[in-house]
Design a protein around this ligand. Structure first.
Ligand code: NAD
Length: 423
């Protein structure tokens, strides 16, 4: 099981994949080579090796990264990932994808990402807090509400954001809620932020379903990853009448062609630590899960899982990339040839950063909105972005990812033209 998943996630270096996506679109739109040169590098890369006192009093040195790809359209923005598989190339790629994502939805941010190589499943709360605080202090030299604003990602959550906000505030000597987003509501978090990635993803699935004439009610869906993005996406699809027939987490997947209630699967996961073993389902591997016949497939775990090796076996109508980078460039071409509508990550999961932007605006103005207002604004932004991308797809007869990249890269490039190159 573990071997298979390692092979899946390490299949292609994420940074190579990100640069190749950029270069392909740059060629297509005849982008100024000077802009390509700038965009194919990350602006600022910080690696920190820092000591943490563990519960047994030993000292362990962790390695973490905060990487800012670009800030030409505004402060850089991006999540913070805690996982043993984190490596610098992955963080760089995720930072670049954040630049495109913010540009696609038209919010005034550039892209960044952070990560710490660690296994949170083997750490106590105390160790997690000390590691987070020390890491926050190490990267405090480059983050800030006007500079670079972290948020949750894989294996980080509102509590981790609260520790970062507190550490940064202690360094400054006053409270700075705008330094992170995805905070708990009591500390200035936004209503709707926790569900935002999944909610935005569902809005784009609804838009895509309308375009291909698919009725969500009675359709079938499969979701890989059962965390913030995946579990909530499964619940929201279920609430719209979709039959959830397969879901998975890092320990494997479950399948029942008759469907099951994702809320009950969540209760089971809370009790046992995994979706596997949920009564009335058959255990399957993560590879098998991706190849299940369904109408909607939502990869919501890690990158590089749909590859040239399994793309031909994907049997779905819509792939909605809640995860970042789940489809490799070669697999993308195969899915396009098969006529599958892929809603690319930089569009499908942009709801998270959009509501993060709302949270930052609310933190900076100290004026808070109700959830309805948050979701109405989110819906407007997601629908507008989807339609913009769809129009470009029609115009260029390309896939949705290429169209989203064209939109994003043109916006970033326009910002460079207006600002010029300093000095
Ligand atoms: P999370 O930590 O809440 O959940 C991750 C889930 O993936 C867990 O259920 C975990 O068991 C599962 N998982 C881990 N390795 C796996 C593997 N090899 N195979 C199958 N499942 C595996 O993380 P999240 O915030 O839901 O992030 C998931 C994806 O969504 C990531 O790609 C992330 O970058 C992306 N994303 C998240 C947000 C956000 O706001 N949380 C925003 C945009 C994109």
């Amino acid at each position: 099981m573990v071997t298979v998943e390692k092979k899946e996630t390490k299949h292609l270096d994420a940074w190579e994949m990100a640069v190749s996506q950029l270069e392909e679109v740059a060629e297509l739109i005849d982008l100024d080579p000077n802009i390509v040169e700038i965009l194919s590098k990350c602006k600022r890369e910080l690696t920190v090796n820092f000591p943490v006192r563990m519960d047994d009093q030993s000292v362990k040195v962790f390695t973490g990264f905060r990487i800012q790809h670009n800030d030409v359209r505004g402060p850089s923005k991006g999540g913070l990932r805690y996982a043993p598989s984190v490596y610098k190339g992955e963080v760089m790629a995720l930072a670049m994808w954040m630049t495109w994502k913010c540009a696609v939805v038209g919010i005034p941010y550039g892209g960044a990402k952070g990560g710490v190589i660690c296994n949170t499943k083997e750490m106590s709360m105390g160790e997690l807090e000390r590691m987070t605080r020390r890491f926050a202090s190490e990267i405090s030299i480059i983050i800030g509400p006007e500079k670079d604003i972290p948020a949750p990602d894989v294996y980080t959550n509102p509590q981790v954001m609260a520790w970062i906000m507190d550490t940064y505030s202690m360094i400054k000597g006053y409270s700075v809620p705008g330094v992170v987003t995805g905070k708990p509501i009591t500390l200035g978090g936004s209503l709707g932020r926790n569900e935002a990635t999944a909610t935005g993803c569902i809005y784009t699935i609804e838009d895509a379903a309308r375009k291909i004439g698919l009725n969500l009610k009675g359709s079938t869906a499969v979701v890989q990853g059962y965390g913030n993005a995946g579990a909530i996406a499964a619940r929201l699809l279920f609430e719209r009448g979709c039959k959830i027939i397969g879901v998975s987490d890092s320990r494997g997947g479950i399948f029942n062609p008759e469907g099951f209630d994702p809320n009950k699967v969540m209760d089971h996961k809370k009790e046992t630590g995994t979706v596997v073993g949920y009564p009335g389902t058959r255990k399957i591997t993560n590879s098998e899960l991706l190849e299940l016949e369904c109408d909607i497939l939502v990869p919501a775990a890690l990158e590089g899982v749909i590859t040239e090796e399994n793309a031909d076996n994907i049997k779905t109508k819509i792939v909605a990339e809640a995860a970042n980078g789940p489809t490799t460039p070669k697999a993308d071409k195969i899915l396009f040839r098969k006529g599958i509508m892929v809603i690319p990550d930089i569009l499908a999961n942009a709801g998270g950063v959009t509501v993060s932007y709302f949270e930052w605006v609310q933190s900076e103005t100290a004026l808070f909105w109700d959830e309805k207002e948050v979701n109405t604004k989110l819906r407007n932004i997601m629908d507008r972005a989807f339609n913009n991308v769809f129009e470009i797809r029609e115009e260029h007869k390309c896939n949705m990812r290429t169209a989203a990249y064209i939109l994003a890269i043109e916006r970033v490039s326009e910002a460079y033209k207006l600002r010029g190159i300093f000095p």
